[in-house]
Design a protein around this ligand. Structure first.
Ligand SMILES: NC(=O)c1ccc[n+]([C@@H]2O[C@H](COP(=O)([O-])OP(=O)(O)OC[C@H]3O[C@@H](n4cnc5c(N)ncnc54)[C@H](O)[C@@H]3O)[C@@H](O)[C@H]2O)c1
Ligand SMILES: O=C(O)CC[C@@H](O)C(=O)O
Length: 545
């Protein structure tokens, strides 16, 4: 049974799949104080929040069973994602589920501001029939500057076009071609300032966007400009905005989000040219059902089948890439497990090299699987693909990844080497078309071994009879050999033997092996997979059986 805690106001209909699921118990606690949340969070595997609950690093210290934090919405700025990552907790969100709601709210705010609807409503319901104070402006033929042309910015631009507006858009990812397709112009921030009658913000709050609209930017804007912010508080510097409105330079602002929420600043609340909603951008029946439904379904998938779609703290892969990369992901972790057993120590330095076809691929997740494989030897279950890099940094281990244009004789090839002091161990591996994963190099020795659960590595003198002696000793102990591979660098020198076995070898057998004359070292190597957070882990297991 998995226990899910739902704080904040989340749609019941959207949570249906969790309520109906026999393996999930859902508890709603919408009015918890931080202290109360701290006392109960340790009981739950999943937590679903909107923007009100603050998921702090301190709270997460008490979240011993927590596997998933789900944000029923887009922005995760109320969640300490770094702290969650450090604890190996997946943070997911529902990108796109509230796009239309936020888009329509933006347009509603722009029209309300242009026609002073909230101000007129307030006066009229107070008993005054004032038809002179509320002469608005039209959107038709006006210029709208859109800062942030992601999901919401794009939908806003499309709808604003239908009002006959000229659209200017600024976004580091906006290309001339896309702008042209949308019937708008790609612009700089300065051009937007100079030419726009309305400016709407649709970026996340980041170090770059914090205070993006400040005194300096406002001074470059056209007199009479109006601002809309339905993205995040803090992107517009509120004090600077109030100054520009009081100076008569900015005609008005429509704000749904604030530097501090709930907003209490009287300069904002009482300004007749500012209209305000209490962070309602996503508050439609449809959006709330959709965000809750998306995160509920993803929580079930993560906890039941370990497959992840919308994790904020894990590299994303398209379904197609996932499928292509699956054999490499598994092999990557096995390489990590092997190399650390060979070195015998926790490494201080890791080097990863990709060759051949792999240099065209996004290998970030693959790198994580190798690191996870290495770290899990000493850190066991506390390491997963979410926190692998974080833990590596915490352990003070440096790592370096290189993509190389040469192909090392294979269509794809990856090499992992780890170092402690003067000692370095290296594993090379490939996925052979039609044959699957192969370990093809251990240190300087070339071999060809399919990675299996129980392996035996033997270092011995390259003299006649060694294979027979090792084989018959294993037979005496009723240990069946699956495959055997021998590698050497020079005739008569040291050689290695790598065997796959049907069961784990005991310390007693290892001792017996080392008594064989000419046998220098025998080492049992165990591979365990699979990380619970692999994309498509179940398919991987099937493939591997
Ligand atoms: N008011 C609400 O209730 C509500 C509802 C939904 C979303 N939001 C907020 O709206 C914002 C946009 O959401 P979205 O779903 O469109 O996100 P998105 O990720 O689809 O788009 C964000 C865009 O901002 C761009 N961007 C980032 N930094 C930029 C910069 N310095 N200058 C210009 N562009 C920059 C990105 O390239 C991206 O295209 C987010 O902050 C989100 O949290 C608010
Ligand atoms: O939950 C909410 O209402 C806030 C929604 C919005 O800010 C978001 O980022 O998705």
């Amino acid at each position: 049974m998995f226990k899910v805690l739902v704080t904040d106001g989340i749609s019941d209909t959207g949570l249906k799949s969790l309520f109906d699921h026999p393996n999930f118990i859902v508890e709603r606690q919408p009015t918890l104080k931080p202290e109360e949340l701290k006392n109960i969070i340790g009981d739950y595997e999943a937590l679903i929040v909107r923007s009100q609950t603050k998921v702090t690093g301190e709270l997460l210290q008490y979240a011993d069973r927590l596997k998933v934090i789900a944000r029923a919405g887009v922005g995760v700025d109320n969640i300490d994602v770094n702290a969650a990552t450090g604890k190996g907790i997946i943070v997911i969100n529902a990108p796109g589920a509230n796009t239309i709601a936020a888009t329509e709210h933006t347009l509603a705010m722009m029209l309300s501001m242009a026609r002073m609807i909230p101000q007129a409503h307030k006066k009229t319901v107070a008993g005054e029939w004032d038809r002179n104070s509320f002469k608005g402006v039209e959107l038709y033929k006006k210029t709208l500057g859109v800062i942030g042309m992601g999901k919401i910015g794009t939908e806003v631009a499309k709808r604003a076009k239908s009002f006959g507006m000229n659209i200017l858009g600024y976004d580091p990812y906006l290309t001339e071609e896309r702008a042209e397709k949308l019937g708008m112009k790609k612009a700089s921030l300065d051009l937007i300032a100079r030419e726009s009658d309305f400016i709407t913000i649709h970026t996340p709050l980041t170090n770059d966007t914090k205070g993006l609209v400040n005194d300096d930017y406002l001074s470059k804007t056209k007199k009479g400009v109006r601002f809309v912010n339905c993205a995040r508080g803090g992107i517009i510097d509120e004090k600077a905005l109030v100054r520009a409105i009081q100076a008569g330079h900015v005609a008005g602002a429509a704000l749904d989000v604030f530097e501090k929420e709930p907003v209490a600043d009287p300069e904002l609340l009482q300004n007749p040219n500012i209209i305000i909603t209490p962070h309602l951008g996503a508050s439609t029946v449809e959006a709330q059902e959709k965000v809750a439904q998306e995160v509920s379904e993803e929580i079930i998938e993560i906890l039941e089948t370990q497959s992840i779609r919308n994790a904020v703290n894990m590299p994303q892969m398209s379904g197609e890439t996932q499928q292509k990369m699956q054999p490499y992901l598994l092999l990557g972790e096995q390489m990590g497990q092997l190399v650390v057993q060979l070195l015998k120590h926790a490494p201080s330095k890791i080097e990863i090299n990709y060759y051949g076809d792999l240099i065209e691929e996004d290998t970030e997740l693959l790198t994580r699987t190798m690191i996870k494989g290495i770290l899990s030897h000493h850190l066991s279950d506390s390491v997963n693909l979410i926190n692998a890099l974080h833990l590596l940094k915490e352990q003070g281990v440096s790592y370096n990844v290189q993509k190389n244009a040469t192909n090392k004789g294979f269509a794809n090839y990856m090499e992992l080497s780890i170092t402690k002091g003067l000692e370095t161990t290296k594993i090379g591996a490939t996925v052979l078309n039609g044959y699957g994963a192969r370990i093809v190099k251990i240190n300087e020795y070339r071999i060809d071994v399919r990675p299996e659960s129980h392996l035996l590595l033997v270092k011995h003198q390259d003299v006649p009879g060694m294979i027979g002696k090792v084989g018959s000793l294993l037979g005496d102990y009723h240990i069946n050999i699956g495959t055997m591979q021998v590698g050497r660098t020079a005739v008569g020198g040291e050689a290695i033997m790598m065997l796959t076995l049907d069961k784990q070898i005991t310390a007693e057998v290892i001792r017996a092996l080392t008594l064989i004359s000419g046998l220098n070292e025998a080492k049992s190597l165990e591979l365990s997979n699979v990380d619970p957070f692999y994309p498509g882990r179940l398919e991987l297991e099937k493939v591997n059986k």
